[in-house]
Design a protein around this ligand. Sequence first.
Ligand code: PLP
Ligand code: CA
Length: 304
Amino acid sequence: FAFKGCQKIRGAQIRVLLEAKDFFLFDCDGVIWHGENAITGAAKVVNALIRRGKNVVFVTNNSTRPRENYVNKFTRLGFTDVMLDQIFSSSYCSALYLRDVVKVRGQVFVIGCEGLRLELLEAGIPCVEEEDDPDATIYNCALAPDVKAVLVGHDDKLTFLKLAKASCYLRDPECLFLATDNDPWHPLSGGRILPGSGSLTAALEVASGRKATVIGKPSRFMFECISSQFSGIDPAQCLMVGDRLETDMLFGSNCGLDTMLTLTGVSQIEEAQEYRSSDLTTNHSYVPDYVVDTIADFLPAFEE
Ligand code: PLP
Ligand code: CA
């Protein structure tokens, strides 16, 4: 399209693009909702795409909830037709990776929330029990003998003991080192932020002298999970819609998908333009093909 290339598109251009694509991948936070609040118009857009027979999936790096919770959240926020098989979270994809790719034998030591453990459990992957002795320290605690992977996700109950145990397990070169995602931080309202799992992974990378394998965006693995569950998916027919250049746009670019940045989240159009004018060609992978203020800009395209 003549209008392709890191610029805002509107009206007829959006209509042409939506007609040309048949598979839509949406990031969640910053595109579909902010925390518990749906982005205005997002539900109408998603419902309209699904009703028009488009394939729609959601690709989130948030590892804290099992997929069932996302179905409930979509319903609660007015997205009427979203089903379990449309949801690809970094926790679900981590479980698939452990089960189907590395076929892990033994236990997984998890740094993460209950939702991550539930996804692993659902896939039949045994996890080391959480420490329940309040007096346990790295000097006196028990270490499990058969830990074959350390998986790091967002953990709002992180303790020094968890980091210390993970560091010990990672001494074994046969123990895999995985991260649900590598997000550095997440925006909260009022200018506050949450450190992301990337920051926890970084601590363990320093302690272990190793590099984690990242499952979530921008790694291609999430698209492989989608491809294995939707047969015949053609990257050229896909549009990846996200709000963060370093995760969503790079993910799309890594997977050969057209990308669209929405300005309702983390990244600004100026940052995209800086990447575009960079002499370093690797920076061009962060540049979106299209930009919209919000996915609500799709709505006029659905009017007859
Ligand atoms: N992980 C956590 C813990 C988060 O809170 C968020 C966003 O709020 C994300 C990841 C990013 O999610 P998404 O990929 O849907 O933007
Ligand atoms: Ca996002």
